[in-house]
Design a protein around this ligand. Structure first.
Ligand code: 13P
Length: 249
């Protein structure tokens, strides 16, 4: 059976000391989680502390971003092989904050996904519509366009997870209803099936992200097409992240 995945995106929060404390607490509570895979995405400067803290446990650590070249004169960038050597096994690609604030385009994200896969990292590709797009009734078109462009030319999509993160639900306290999320998850799985086949569609993990909290996680987790969460704010406190992870139990 497919393993669920509960991931914490720590965004631009935590210094190394704070990251080490949070990660060691999670190692104690979720380090040998029997019902889901657990992953954390600290900022780059806290990766070493987090990797040290979770060593020997089942918790995976990933980068929040990467560049597609392995080395070179690219001031400020971090390569896939650098992430691997820092102890990462995963990477976030295409978070809406990267698309919006840093102008990341689908063609850049396609290169990032390919570079991550080439290095042996497991990417989580984030997709999602803005409020304006949802209100104009074009949510499905937006998701399809992002997915097809970001995954263009990729034959093996097994190592990839997809996170559906409606932009209007991120950091706003306004989560998608279980029905809204589930509809888009189903649609996404159908798209994957059409292009990569039924086996890939059944196996791929589609996470929901956007204001996931302990009090709304249970109802979302009940939906068959929701295979995990990508949690922002509530992943910065061990108690709330643990409670969210337990909602799948
Ligand atoms: P919040 O859970 O803070 O809404 O953030 C979601 C997110 O962006 C995860 O990547």
């Amino acid at each position: 059976m497919k393993r669920l995945l509960v991931a914490g995106n720590w965004k631009m929060y935590t210094d190394p000391a704070g990251a080490g404390n949070l990660a060691s607490r999670l190692k104690g509570s979720l380090g040998s989680c029997g019902w889901a895979d657990i992953a954390i995405f600290p900022p780059f400067t806290s990766l070493a502390a987090a990797v040290d803290a979770v060593r020997g446990s089942g918790i995976a650590v990933g980068g929040q971003n990467l560049y597609w070249e392995n080395e070179g004169a690219y001031t400020g960038e971090i390569s896939p092989s650098m992430l691997i050597k820092a102890g990462c096994t995963m990477a976030l690609v295409g978070h809406s904050e990267r698309r919006t604030h840093f102008n990341e385009t689908d063609s850049m994200l396609n290169k990032k996904i390919k570079a991550a896969l080439g290095a042996g990292l497991h990417p989580i590709l984030c997709v999602g519509e803005t409020l304006e797009q949802r209100e104009s009734g074009i949510t499905e078109q937006v998701i399809e366009k992002q997915l097809m462009a970001d995954l263009d030319g990729i034959d093996e999509i097994e190592p990839i997870a997809i996170a559906y993160e409606p932009v209007w639900a991120i950091g706003t306290g306004k989560n998608a209803t279980p029905e809204q999320a589930s509809d888009i998850h189903k649609f996404t799985r159908q798209l994957i099936g059409r292009k990569w086949g039924e086996k890939a569609a059944a196996g791929i993990r589609i996470l929901y992200g956007g204001s996931v909290k302990p009090d709304n996680a249970g109802a979302l987790a009940e939906k068959a097409d929701i295979d995990g969460f990508l949690v922002g704010g509530a992943s910065l406190k061990a108690d709330s992240f643990e409670a969210i992870a337990r909602s799948f139990k």
